[in-house]
Design a protein around this ligand. Structure first.
Ligand code: ZN
Length: 267
């Protein structure tokens, strides 16, 4: 463990004072995002009572369908860390949870509840675009840096705090599905989702239809998890549509029967 952590921190020193490729000041190097994400995803996979992750070998068609959505977005040409991050996707069996989340470094977890709740592939693409954006914009790393302070990150780099990363990983794994990002980060992720999808065949405003559907749920007195951990969807719908208009990208939606087959392929 000690060696793993040490080897994790060595590259940090080299990249200390530089901005990342999104022009944000992030002390952690992208490799650390990927390493932290790997550690987190392993923790998640080792807690089947909390995260019942479907085995890709048992559900090859479901995974092929989902990976195709992820791949389509990655190939938009807009994902900055497309090559550096591993971009793995997992399906969590939980029909009651309308949620998806991504670890640093792009390990994406999508709940069956969300997949079954949505009606079209593009709706899901909008959400996945949003999650890819959180990882690509390195929101979790920036949040850790902000919350814990630069001294904390420095103590990681200098190797004075070898247990800290493991602790962060444990905390993130415990709260990841409910990890609260700032309003600013949520807006950034929404805007990036539009920009990614604009370069694909999906309607670029697809993330908005997800929020519209959530609003309908809320009106019926049910508050989905995603809503309790994310800012009010009303303004977000407006902002997503405004950003789409600004870009002049295609917002027309087509539905495909294949999405229903995908839903039916899940347990
Ligand atoms: Zn979000």
């Amino acid at each position: 463990m000690r060696h793993f952590l040490l080897s994790l921190f060595i590259p940090l020193a080299i990249t200390l004072s530089s901005c990342d490729r999104n022009n944000n000041f992030v002390m952690m190097a992208p490799e650390e995002d990927a390493a932290l994400g790997k550690q987190l995803s392993e923790q998640i996979l080792s807690q089947p009572e909390q995260y019942q992750v479907l085995d890709p070998d048992e559900y090859p068609e479901s995974y092929a369908y989902l990976r195709n959505i992820v791949q389509t977005i990655l190939e938009s040409g807009e994902v900055v860390y497309k090559e550096e991050f591993p971009w793995k996707v997992y399906i969590v069996k939980d029909d009651q949870t309308l949620n998806a989340f991504a670890t640093p470094g792009g390990y994406i977890f999508v709940y069956t509840g969300l997949i079954k709740f949505l009606e079209k592939e593009s709706d899901l693409a909008g959400v996945i675009g949003h999650e890819i954006a959180h990882a690509d914009l390195r929101h979790a790393s920036r949040q850790i840096q902000k919350a814990q302070g630069l001294n904390f990150v420095l103590s990681l780099i200098l190797g004075e705090n070898n247990n800290a990363l493991g602790e962060i990983a444990a905390q993130l794994a415990g709260h990841l599905a409910g990890l609260q990002f700032s309003r600013e980060y949520e807006q950034e992720a929404d805007a990036r989702s539009v920009e990614y999808l604009a370069q694909t065949s999906y309607p670029c405003s697809a993330a908005a239809s997800f929020f519209q559907k959530l609003q309908q749920e809320e009106k019926q007195g049910r508050t989905p998890t995603f809503l309790s951990t994310h800012p009010s969807p009303e303004n977000r719908v407006k902002e997503i549509l405004a950003h789409s208009q600004q870009l002049g990208c295609d917002t027309t939606s087509t539905s495909s029967g294949a999405y229903q087959e995908f839903q039916n392929s899940l347990p």
